[in-house]
Design a protein around this ligand. Structure first.
Ligand SMILES: [Zn+2]
Length: 83
């Protein structure tokens, strides 16, 4: 696979990212392809489990905004980046 430098951090990235997807930056620098994983507790009582919901950055932001409104607080949602 042909590699080209990321215009931002100069790291190698597949040329396909540019030619096929139109990204000029690598995965690390791209915010467009950033996915978020949010642990969500489901169930009640003794039967609770945690599911990880994967969403795009923009979905994540509206999710955080809506849950913050529901809770009426600043919202301390624990999140992590997947890539
Ligand atoms: Zn980069």
């Amino acid at each position: 696979m042909k590699m080209i430098p990321c215009i931002k951090c100069k790291a190698d990235m597949p040329e396909l990212r540019l030619t096929k997807y139109g990204y000029k930056v690598c995965v690390n620098c791209s915010t467009v392809s950033t996915k978020r994983g949010i642990p969500v507790t489901k169930g009640s009582g003794d039967h609770t489990w945690t599911e990880t919901v994967i969403m795009e950055e923009d979905q994540y932001e509206s999710f955080v905004n809506s849950t913050a409104k529901e809770r009426g607080s600043s919202g301390n949602t624990v999140t992590f980046k997947l890539n």
